[in-house]
Design a protein around this ligand. Structure first.
Ligand code: NAP
Ligand code: F7E
Length: 364
């Protein structure tokens, strides 16, 4: 039974990847940080077969211990501070986790495998996946973006991810470690954090429909993103580590849409008119924006045989339907609170973890 270690197990991708790997017969360990991390219970409920181990990308000793316990054949490094706006306010911690943290875990992998710097004494035996990001393209030098497109990050988040990507490539080239950078474009799901724009919209639509919210305040509605479904993207992560040689791959749908298009489809799904509810406020405009992202994933199609199965409209419908159902579950039977005092008592929470479903079931 192959063994995998996933860092960032409490995140959106960590949970989808764990489900995928368990389905393939893997023994899966997941790294959790922090004392009494509340998301630990979510993972325990959803994925009882995952062995949880404690560690933090900020702490080299914990990473070595985690790897010793997990003894993985494959390491998927998904842990990161992943919310881009936060990275301007806390740029040092972003660099420490998303940048140097990746160096730390690569060092720990090398320590585990005995890779010491000599090619003869290589790190063969552990395969490493780094969660690189389309944010590295930032002010895109060409459209669509592919593996060879130069990076021009527009945020401390993007800059830290670019360092992490380059150090992953460098360790591969220096020590012969099987290390891959998956350059993934935005991917979403009903498990997406509520601070990201797609989930902010789908949750607001559900709450407006239930009479719990009366407006949605957003930033730049003209930003364009290549949005896919997270369940599709974790398949690509696994495929990258099954190849004969390590390499980097762009993963995206090859379609780009504005935030406004996402808003329009989401409100339409619930039979609501966005004009009545959506307001733009400078609070959500970023110091530097990534205006347009569009993936050229032809290398992944050709080499990995990977294709996404959920399209843009399917993704919007999936997220709105899940939030409408989840918000409905929070309401007392037969009752729809409408008074402001009652609004505050209803949790603005993520839906309960959903039962694992296959991509095909979701797409249907
Ligand atoms: P997410 O939901 O925000 O999950 C991030 C995970 O990282 C959480 O489990 C979090 O744990 C963990 N984490 C944060 N700081 C840590 C630290 N110091 N040590 C250990 N764990 C830490 O992110 P996601 O959407 O699943 O994304 C997964 C990865 O792909 C991230 O690296 C992200 O930057 C990258 N990425 C995401 C996308 C996308 O569109 N989703 C696209 C490209 C790349 P806590 O529960 O403790 O907070
Ligand atoms: O913003 C615009 C915002 O925060 C998307 C992360 O997973 O993908 C994600 O980063 C767009 C931006 O994601 C609001 O200005 C408008 O143009 O959902 P987001 P992101 O910044 O693209 C990349 C690939 C990652 O690697 C990251 O980890 O939407 N936007 N109004 C807004 N964004 C937010 N969050 N909130 C708004 O109100």
């Amino acid at each position: 039974m192959p063994r995998a270690l996933i860092t960032g197990i409490t995140g959106q991708d960590g949970m989808y990847l764990a489900e995928h790997l368990l389905g393939l017969g893997y023994d899966v360990s997941g790294m959790v940080r922090g004392q009494d991390n509340p998301k630990r219970r979510t993972v325990e409920a959803l994925l009882p077969d995952v062995r949880l181990v404690e560690g933090d990308l900020l702490d080299a000793t914990s990473l070595r211990t985690t790897l010793q316990h997990a003894q993985p054949d494959e390491v998927y490094n998904l842990a990161a501070m992943s919310y881009v706006p936060y990275s301007w306010g806390q740029s040092e911690v972003t660099a420490a986790i998303n940048g140097v943290g990746v160096l730390r875990i690569l060092d720990a992998v090398r320590a585990l495998t005995g890779a010491s710097g000599s090619r003869a004494n290589s790190g063969a035996g552990v395969r490493f996946y780094q969660a690189s990001s389309s944010e590295m393209f930032g002010l895109a030098q060409e459209t669509p973006q592919r593996e060879t497109t130069p990076f021009h990050p527009r945020s401390p988040y993007g800059a830290a991810k670019a360092y992490a990507h380059y150090i992953t490539v460098n360790v591969r080239e220096s020590y012969n470690l099987f290390a891959c950078g998956g350059i993934l474009f935005n991917h979403e799901s009903p498990r997406r954090g509520a601070e990201f724009v797609t989930r902010k919209i789908s949750l607001a639509v559900a709450r407006i429909k239930a009479g719990l919210q009366d407006e949605l305040v957003l930033g730049n509605l003209d930003a364009r993103r290549d949005w896919g479904f997270a369940g599709d993207y974790v398949r690509a992560m696994h495929l990258m580590l099954q190849q004969d040689a390590p390499d980097d791959f762009v993963i995206g749908t090859g379609e780009t849409h504005t935030v406004r298009e996402f808003v329009d489809l989401a409100f339409a799904r619930a039979g609501l008119d966005p004009e009545r509810y959506v307001r733009v406020d400078a609070e959500f405009i970023r110091p530097a924006e990534v205006d347009v992202l569009l993936a050229d994933a032809s290398k992944a199609h050709r080499v990995l045989g990977w294709r996404p199965q959920v399209d843009f409209a399917g993704l919007v419908d999936m997220m709105v339907d899940a939030d409408v159902a989840a918000v409905a579950r929070t309401l007392p039977a037969g009752e729809r609170p409408v008074r402001r005092t009652e609004r505050r008592t209803v949790p603005h929470a993520e839906p309960e973890p959903e039962a694992p479903e296959t991509t095909q079931e979701r797409a249907a």
